[in-house]
Design a protein around this ligand. Structure first.
Ligand code: IDP
Ligand code: MG
Length: 132
């Protein structure tokens, strides 16, 4: 069974929509096999976001991602990596379709509520990174 790394970002917890997002994941038929809240440090975040760490928006992203706890999860299901990316919606808030998590809840691109691995290979790396 395929697994992916899902992380509800600090705004999801601050706004109190974590439960609604989890409901969507469960309604889709996916299983949450592990979950924990944690406070991200700058070092692990830079490792996780190495592909964008040199972008001009990174300092703002770092401040946001370390502003409060995240909810880290391992989610399991058939083709769950791709399926979760579809449930999440596009990265840029103006491109996230209604009906997706980001399309329904995000009003800017930095604070877009949820992370999901973008490939099966990265899912395994991210699960190891955050669940040791
Ligand atoms: P993803 O989260 O959809 O996989 P990535 O390109 O991996 O998108 O970017 C990681 C995170 O960085 C995004 O979820 C978002 O929070 C932030 N981000 C990406 N691009 C921008 C941007 O152009 N402006 C502000 N924040 C961005
Ligand atoms: Mg990404």
């Amino acid at each position: 069974m395929e697994r992916t790394y899902i992380m509800l970002k600090p705004d999801a917890l601050k706004r109190g929509v974590a439960g609604e997002i989890i409901s969507r994941i469960e309604r889709k038929g996916y299983k949450i096999v592990e979950a924990k809240t944690m406070q991200l440090g700058k070092e692990v975040l830079k490792e996780h976001y190495a592909h964008i760490a040199d972008k001009p928006f990174y300092p703002e992203l770092e401040a946001y991602m370390t502003s409060g706890p995240v909810l880290a999860m391992i989610v399991e299901g058939p083709d769950v990596v791709l399926g979760m990316r579809i449930l999440m919606g596009a990265t840029k808030f103006e491109e996230a379709a209604p009906g997706t998590i980001r399309g329904d809840y995000a009003f800017c691109t930095t604070e877009n509520l949820i992370h999901g691995s973008d490939s099966v290979e990265n899912a395994e790396i991210e699960i190891k990174r955050f669940f040791k």
